[in-house]
Ligand binder design. Structure first.
Ligand code: SF4
Ligand code: SF4
Length: 410
């Protein structure tokens, strides 16, 4: 329950900085689904084609462990930041806060002031909700574009061929976003957000928090309540750190001019037991290592792992047989396409004394397909080679070479 009516601050040291950070993150989050190179997105959970895109590489959903690794890395990064700098994520970067801040600007512009009466008052009210609803619709649309390619979506929208699934997803996204951003707002942080519930376990004495200087407050606080009025969470920071505090520092900004008039330092400010926070200590060291390992795993999967896995095994029932003056060995070649694109695979053998059967050695491998191919390898009896190299290559020139022993006469 608010002690005093809310007042939306126009500016302030932290408020200004937060607006720029918020604008940057908002633009980034809106823009991500549109960043596409050669049909692959920076990030897309493509539910239509059952695949996900990460850093312009496409993975089938069967490789969900890459997403799992990304989630671990993200959660570790969030916990690490919280251990050191408290809930800066909430106040500075969380979409819930950023979008709510934008809506408050619309509200401030449109909402009827006390002196505006009659029809004008209702028109302003309608304009306020219409602007907020339009903005929320764009946000809801962008949420859907994280699951359905936005170019495909817009193309189908203009040609009137949008699927029922896409329309339904947009509707659900819009209703949830509208309820959350227009009605629930900061109550979400207090009652629903799991991250807010975890903060008690994540804070230590050295964590940076927004705090009130109780000792100085006894003599210096003017009881103006400006720090309480500007608080989006509706709390009084003078009562100590509370779970609803999102570390936005609006209260610090509000106190600054009051104390400046008295020629004194802020009563409310970012505060930590350590002047320079230690970045690797106790819990934060463990979290940093887990996050680093998960990040290395994801980087390896995205940038270094090949799409094609190849395995060659000997057929124990067909070894070293002599047929028409040739020694013949049987093998099984397993080709596993881990990517979602079709691959054209060619198989060859060296040195040239060896001959591969069947002689047709081009294979089309669909996305996520695994095939087992029986192969025969021949060598004239007079030759003395005891091993060969099987070369498996895709159309992009990615090559795998497998060394294999060759059994002569059994
Ligand atoms: S107490 Fe201060 S920092 Fe915490 S939410 Fe309220 S205004 Fe923001
Ligand atoms: S803004 Fe500063 S002076 Fe005013 S009530 Fe809050 S702490 Fe006291």
């Amino acid at each position: 329950m608010r002690k005093v009516p809310y007042f939306h601050p126009e500016s302030g040291t932290y408020t200004n900085r937060r607006r720029w950070v918020g604008l940057f993150f908002f633009t980034f989050l809106i823009g991500v689904p549109f960043i596409v190179i050669d049909g692959a997105s920076l990030f897309l959970l493509d539910v239509v084609n059952m695949e996900f895109h990460l850093f312009f590489r496409v993975f089938p959903f069967t490789q969900f462990y890459v997403l799992f690794g990304l989630t671990i890395a993200g959660v570790a990064a969030l916990i690490y930041v919280t251990l050191i700098w408290g809930r800066v994520w909430c106040g500075w970067m969380c979409p819930q806060t950023i979008i709510t801040d934008f809506l408050r600007v619309f509200e401030k512009f449109w909402l009827p002031r006390k002196n505006i009466k009659g029809v004008k008052r209702y028109l302003r009210l309608i304009a306020s909700y219409a602007t907020m609803t339009g903005f929320v619709f764009l946000v809801a649309l962008d949420v859907v574009w994280y699951f359905i390619n936005p170019y495909d979506f817009l193309n189908r929208l203009t040609t009137g061929t949008l699927s029922a699934f896409a329309i339904g997803s947009l509707l659900v996204s819009f209703i949830i976003t509208w309820l959350d951003m227009v009605l629930v707002r900061q109550s979400f942080c207090e009652y629903l957000c799991p991250y807010a519930k975890m903060q008690g376990a994540l804070f230590s004495e050295s964590t940076t928090v927004v705090a009130y200087d109780e000792k100085r407050g006894e003599t210096d606080c003017t009881q103006c309540l400006m720090c309480v009025r500007v608080c989006p969470a509706g709390i009084d920071i003078r009562d100590g750190l509370q779970m609803s505090c999102i570390a936005c520092a609006a209260c610090a900004d509000a106190c600054e001019p009051i104390m400046a008039k008295k020629g004194k330092e802020n009563l409310v400010r970012y505060w930590s037991a350590e002047k320079i926070p230690s970045l690797i200590k106790d819990k934060s060291l463990i979290v940093a290592v887990v996050g680093l390992l998960a990040t290395i795993f994801v980087i390896w999967q995205v940038f270094f792992k090949v799409d094609l896995q190849v395995n060659l095994s000997r057929n124990p029932f067909f070894t070293g047989k002599i047929i028409d003056g040739q020694i013949v060995n049987g093998y099984t070649l397993v080709l596993d396409n881990l990517g979602s694109d079709e691959k054209r695979i060619s198989v060859s053998i060296s040195p040239s004394e060896f001959k591969l059967l069947p002689t047709v050695n081009q294979y089309n491998l669909k996305g996520n397909e695994t095939v087992r191919l029986p192969l025969m390898v021949e060598l004239p009896v007079e030759m003395t080679e005891t091993g060969f190299i099987l070369v498996v290559e895709d159309e992009e020139g990615d090559k795998k070479e497998i060394k294999q022993g060759f059994f002569r006469v059994k």
